[in-house]
Design a protein around this ligand. Structure first.
Ligand SMILES: [Zn+2]
Length: 234
C-alpha cells in the first residue's frame, strides 16, 4: 500500500461534544477499504496496514470527553452529569483530531475506557474496551501492559457472563464471550478458568453455529488441555 493511498483512506469529519457543546474535527478511517490480514485467537482481526481501532474513538479537544462515534451522543442525563463533573477543568487541551500514532491510539482508548467507567457502561463494553487496549499494547510489544488489560478484560467479561448481559458492544453474545473468557484466562495463565470457560464454549450452540469460532475453540481447547497436564487433563 502506498503512502498516498494510506492518506486518502482517512477523511475529516465534524462532531459536536455533548458535554461542552463545542465543535471539533476528527479524522475517520474508511474501514470498508481495509482488508483483514489474519485473525488472532482473542478474536482480533488484524488488518493490512492501518488498524480500524486507531480512529474509532472521538476525543473532544476542549474537555476530553471520549467515546466511539456510535455512542458519542448517546448519553443519558445522569451519565452526562457524572462524566461532566469528573472531567471538567482537568483536560490538557491536547487534540487527537489528526493522524494518530500507535501511542496516541492507545491513549484514546484508555480515555474511552475511563469515560465508560465513569458513565457505568455495561460490563461487556468495559471488557471489550479493555481488550482493545490490550491488543494495541500487543501491537506495541508492551507485554506487561497487554497482560494487565487482558486480565481487566477477562474479569469484566466474567461479570457480563454472570449477569447474562451482552448489550452495548456489537456482535457479543454468550458464545463468543465464554470463548473469550477461556482464551484470555489461558493467556494470563489461569488454568482453572481457561478450562471451565473453554469447555463451556465447546458445548455452546452459538459457537457451534459459527464455523470459524468453532475451529478456533477446538484449537485453543487443545492448548488449554496442555496447560492442565496430569490429573486434570480429561
Ligand atoms: Zn467537550
Amino acid at each position: 500500500m502506498t503512502e498516498e493511498k494510506d492518506l486518502s483512506i482517512l477523511y475529516t469529519k465534524k462532531f459536536t461534544c455533548p458535554i461542552c457543546e463545542q465543535s471539533f474535527e476528527s479524522m475517520k478511517l474508511r474501514e470498508s477499504w481495509l482488508k483483514v490480514d489474519r485473525y488472532e485467537s482473542d478474536l482480533n482481526a488484524l488488518y493490512n496496514g492501518i488498524q480500524p481501532s486507531f480512529y474509532q474513538v472521538l476525543v473532544c479537544p476542549f474537555c476530553g470527553y471520549s467515546a466511539v462515534e456510535s455512542k458519542y451522543q448517546k448519553l443519558k442525563p445522569a451519565q452526562k452529569e457524572q462524566i461532566s463533573k469528573a472531567i471538567m477543568g482537568k483536560w490538557s487541551g491536547k487534540s487527537y483530531g489528526e493522524e494518530r500514532t500507535l501511542d496516541e491510539a492507545i491513549v484514546t482508548w484508555m480515555l474511552a475506557l475511563r469515560i465508560a467507567e465513569l458513565g457505568h457502561f455495561s460490563n461487556v463494553e468495559l471488557g471489550m474496551y479493555s481488550l482493545i487496549v490490550a491488543r494495541l499494547f500487543r501491537l506495541k510489544g508492551d507485554k506487561e501492559s497487554e497482560m494487565r488489560f487482558t486480565k481487566t478484560s477477562r474479569d469484566k467479561l466474567i461479570e457480563a457472563y454472570s449477569e447474562d448481559e451482552y448489550g452495548g458492544f456489537p456482535a457479543m453474545h454468550e458464545g463468543n464471550t465464554t470463548y473469550l473468557i477461556g482464551e484470555l484466562s489461558r493467556r494470563i495463565g489461569d488454568k482453572k478458568n481457561a478450562s471451565t470457560y473453554m469447555g463451556m464454549a465447546m458445548k455452546n450452540d452459538l459457537v457451534k453455529s459459527d464455523p470459524r469460532l468453532m475451529d478456533m475453540t477446538r484449537e485453543q481447547w487443545l492448548l488449554v488441555k496442555e496447560m492442565d497436564d496430569g490429573k486434570e487433563n480429561i
